[in-house]
Design a protein around this ligand. Structure first.
Ligand SMILES: CC(C)(COP(=O)(O)OP(=O)(O)OC[C@H]1O[C@@H](n2cnc3c(N)ncnc32)[C@H](O)[C@@H]1OP(=O)(O)O)[C@@H](O)C(=O)NCCC(=O)NCCS
Length: 149
């Protein structure tokens, strides 16, 4: 298992199927590529993938995406202009859950946030995942709110 930055090749090798454990993307490859391209223009969006090299296709082992997570950073006017980070879209392929892949991805994002000088990392999750994120040191902090258009 290896963690890499998302590149366009990953779109065809398990990335969208992996995200489906969170929610269906309902995107064609071309639409997904457009999203990838738009995001690549935003230097504060860091999407990582966990790659397994053990998927066998015929006699050949092919690398495949089995997990993903995104770190988004923003510079604040508050806190002396430091950066805050947000974790989004953490997903492990349903066939690969419970094998430590989510843990490796979250720890990687936290390390990246430290390297980027962030003073905090925040995320929203379902109530049943609070114990999961507690394991990494996250504590409950504020209620999330949303409006749908
Ligand atoms: C939630 C999710 C990302 C976890 O990834 P994972 O690779 O299955 O989890 P890991 O194998 O890394 O688990 C790491 C540790 O957390 C524990 N854990 C896993 N799920 C847990 C849960 N719901 N509550 C508490 N602990 C949990 C594991 O037992 C393991 O403990 P250990 O280190 O003591 O052995 C993954 O199951 C997933 O993609 N779920 C569907 C999409 C989703 O809900 N994403 C989260 C959006 S916020």
């Amino acid at each position: 298992m290896e963690i890499q930055k998302l590149d366009s090749n990953h779109l065809r090798s398990g990335f969208l199927e992996t995200l489906a454990s969170l929610a269906e993307t309902n995107l064609t490859f071309d639409q997904a590529y457009t999203v990838f391209y738009d995001r690549s223009l935003c230097p504060n969006i860091h999407t990582f993938v966990a790659i397994s090299h053990n998927i066998v296709c015929g006699d050949v082992k092919v690398p495949n995406v089995v997990g993903t997570a995104t770190l988004i950073t923003e510079r604040k006017f508050l806190h002396g202009g430091k950066r805050a980070a947000h974790i989004e879209d953490v997903a492990v392929h349903q066939d690969w859950q419970g094998q430590g892949i989510g843990k490796e991805l979250i720890e990687h994002l936290l390390q990246q946030a430290r390297v980027l000088g962030c003073y905090k990392v925040v995320l929203h999750c379902k109530p049943e995942l609070i114990p999961y994120y507690n394991k990494f040191g996250f504590r409950e902090w504020a209620e999330g709110m949303r409006i749908d258009f």
